[in-house]
Ligand binder design. Structure first.
Ligand code: GLA
Length: 730
């Protein structure tokens, strides 16, 4: 039993393999949060809550003259705005009379077998009969107009607790939701650090860690996407937490639009963590009888450090979030045309690249931007999903057939949500773009955004995608999105519903993705948004991989992929070997190093293979063979971050270790050459203490490699890399 409820139905304890989460209904019917952390004996943790008379912290009317009871000081499961708790809240409702005070009181509880799903939104799933339970806690507001159902998923073996909230209008007039957070957790004490992942285009998910200060510290996006700038994943950890020790809590949102994550340190040195849809572009009108579902948040507690926390997310997202054929099937090694030829290609040019690629063992040829409409630059054509046969010199089906004849799979790029003003689509349907009547829209990359909150727009685009996918053999689609939203206004909604457009847009996106994966179950879908601008757990429900960054420089990628690994599995990280000098940085790195870095991801190439020397082509052949042999280890092995690239100027290292400890792969990139420098011993992890392993033709006990380390060779050229296969022989 993962969910335990006491006989008076007031104490709810959720247990996973190693963690425990608890809440309690008090005499006033308030749902208090009492514990989240290591699994212990089931105990009523409310003993830790000490009520005192607190100045300027109000008392609910139903507590009479008890000045020691204040919501402003109590830890709660789902605090609401206007209840006398002045900290950041989980819920804000505007009632029909314009008031905003909402007091929630307990109205019942139910336990269900299995893990809930959320219609229209991504959610972790659990397919076995046992091992997952759902708790529903009903909270009614004191005026009887709102019913909130707090839903918890307990995934025992995964050590994850998921949450969502459903808000229903049970009154007689419309209400407006201005804030519906997916989760809120209150902690006693202030000794936490917050780790977030910030960035920008071509530099996503850089880890940043800071001590808490009094007040609210937040991350978020109002760009309509989860964004390059902040990621909807953060970690709250003990100050001493490192990769292998210290308690850490992860908060991850399965949502690809605007989000807000806040951590507030309050006046009594208590810490509140919330995560959900950003209220900035959110005003949701609920008619009587209507309901709203918040996206899912996935929470994990790891007692054993950041590495432990990441591994929890890696496993859960790989096995219980990603879906489709390529969740398990080996993904083909690809050649993407973008950095090789950009818009400048003909069918013949593409075929000659494909031919060369096939001879090197590359298995999938991806035709990126530029194959449709009038699209020789990024100024036009977006939205016109008709094959430019003149440019290709043949039909797409013929091109695909010729590529298949080489023994390769074929894939193409789409940007279904984008539209160029210079396109037939925009000329015939200007109202299909998000824009405000009477105002000129903000453009970005010369383009506008289609109103995916509209069913007719979605149906049209889906129809266009199908007509392409049905008329050529296509095994892969890159779903790109190259700008942030602005002018968020839908031509078909009344003024009072405009505050719903940003969220409806994401629901629309998810609907099309669901239809696509449903209709083409064998399609490999890769998410992308100008690189990693929509690299989030929501997208992983539809696309098992996402292009990680438009920065393909191997050294820059070290930090980007390092940061990404905190919350997302390696199997999701789109990573390619590109040419040198690198397009973004002008840097030269050895081909072998570019491969080492791309192997910490989906692995592919993105350059003009016809420009490579015979020696380079030979090296690519070897790399592909090697990658294939490591594939299960890289995809399913435990991932260990061994160094932090920002604070280490010698070597950066990471490792994949099989869960059964039968083998491991240590990858090292030399960041700087120090002549006459110190010797470096790299300690590896995840081996069997007494097992005997072979490394570089020498035998070592696992314990020795883990304690004594592997001596690293001195780099002879800048950015040289090393890959050590560590194989258990007995
Ligand atoms: C975005 C993507 C690139 C490429 C271009 C094409 O920037 O991230 O990989 O597909 O668009 O325009």
């Amino acid at each position: 039993m993962a969910i335990l409820i006491n006989s008076s139905q007031t104490l709810f304890t959720l247990q996973t393999a190693h963690t425990m989460y608890q809440m309690k209904v008090d005499e006033a019917g308030v749902l208090l949060h009492t514990y989240y952390g290591k699994k212990t004996a089931v105990w009523d943790y409310s003993y830790r809550i000490i009520c005192e008379d607190r100045g300027f912290s109000g008392n609910p009317y139903d507590k009479g003259n008890d000045r020691t009871y204040s919501l402003d000081a109590l830890p709660q499961e789902y605090p609401s705005f206007g209840s006398g708790d002045y900290r950041t809240s989980a819920l804000k409702v505007v009632f029909p009379d314009g008031s905003t005070s909402c007091e929630l009181r307990f109205a019942g509880v139910k336990v269900r077998q299995g893990k809930y799903r959320i219609p229209g939104l991504p959610a972790l799933y659990w397919e076995e009969e046992t091992g997952a339970e759902t708790l529903e806690v009903y909270m009614r507001d004191t005026t009887g107009q709102v019913l909130v159902t707090l839903i918890y998923g307990v995934l025992e073996e995964l050590d994850l607790i998921t949450r969502t909230a459903v808000v229903e209008n049970t009154g007689k007039a419309p209400i407006c939701l201005e804030r519906v957070m997916s989760t809120c957790v209150d902690y006693p004490g202030k000794d936490w650090e917050l780790q977030t992942f910030y960035g920008r285009h071509v530099k996503e998910r850089t880890p940043q860690r800071m001590g808490l200060r009094h007040g609210i510290q937040s991350v978020g996006s109002t760009r309509g996407t989860s964004s390059h700038q902040q990621n909807p994943f953060y970690i709250l950890c003990e100050k001493t937490a490192e990769e292998e020790h210290g308690a850490c809590y992860g908060f991850s949102l399965l949502y690809s639009g605007d989000f807000l994550g806040e951590v507030e340190l309050d006046q009594y040195d208590q810490t509140r963590a919330v995560l959900g849809i950003h209220p900035g572009n959110f005003r949701y009108r609920l008619e009587p009888g209507g309901s709203f579902s918040a996206p899912e948040a996935a929470m994990a507690y790891a007692p054993g450090g950041l590495g432990n926390l990441s591994q929890i997310y890696h496993r859960a997202y790989r096995k219980h979030l990603c879906r489709g054929k390529y969740k398990t099937a080996r993904r083909p090694v690809m050649l993407n045309s973008w950095e090789g030829v950009y818009f400048d290609f003909t069918g013949e040019k593409l075929l000659s690249m494909a031919k060369e690629a096939a001879s090197m063992g590359i298995e999938l040829f991806v035709l990126d931007d530029g194959w449709f409409g009038k699209r020789d630059t990024d100024t036009s054509g977006l939205g016109d999903w008709t094959v430019n046969e003149e440019k290709l010199g043949c039909t797409l089906s013929e091109l695909s057939q010729r590529i298949h004849r080489l023994g390769m799979k074929f894939g193409i790029w789409f940007e279904p949500e984008g539209v160029s003003e210079d396109s037939d689509l925009y000329r015939s349907h200007p109202d299909w773009a998000l824009r405000i009547p009477g105002k000129t829209p903000v453009r970005s990359r010369y383009q506008l955004v289609l109103d995916f909150s509209r069913q007719d727009v979605r149906d049209y685009i889906f129809g266009r995608l199908c007509s392409i996918l049905d008329h050529a053999r296509i095994e892969y689609v890159k779903w790109d999105f190259n700008r942030s939203l602005c002018d968020i206004y839908s031509a078909v909604l009344p003024p009072e519903k405009q505050g719903e457009v940003a969220h409806r847009y994401i629901l629309g996106l998810y609907e099309v993705l669901e239809r696509l994966t449903d209709r083409y179950p064998d399609l490999l879908l890769e998410g992308c948004s100008g690189g990693g601008g929509r690299f989030d757990a929501g997208m992983l429900y539809y696309a098992p991989q996402s292009w990680c960054s438009d920065d393909t420089d191997a050294i820059e990628r070290l930090t980007i992929q390092y940061g990404t690994s905190f919350g997302y599995p390696i199997s999701a990280v789109g990573s390619h070997v590109s040419k040198c000098p690198n397009e973004q940085t002008g840097r030269n790195t050895p081909l072998e190093t570019r491969a080492t870095v791309a192997m910490a991801g989906t692995f592919g190439y993105e350059l003009d293979v016809n420009q490579m020397t015979g020696e380079e082509k030979q090296a690519v052949r070897r790399q592909i063979e090697e990658y294939r042999s490591y594939y299960p280890l890289i995809q399913e092995g435990l991932y260990f971050r061994l160094t932090d690239p920002e604070y280490n100027d010698g070597y950066h290292a990471w490792e994949f270790a099989a869960e059964d400890k039968s083998e491991a792969l240590l990858c090292v990139v030399a960041l700087k050459i120090h002549p006459n420098g110190p010797s470096v011993l790299m300690k590896v992890k995840g081996l069997e203490e007494n097992g005997i392993y072979l490394v570089n033709h020498r035998e070592y006990p696992g314990g020795v490699l883990m304690e004594g380390g592997i001596p690293l060779p001195r780099a002879k050229v800048e950015y040289e890399s090393f890959r050590f296969h560590i194989k258990k022989i007995r």
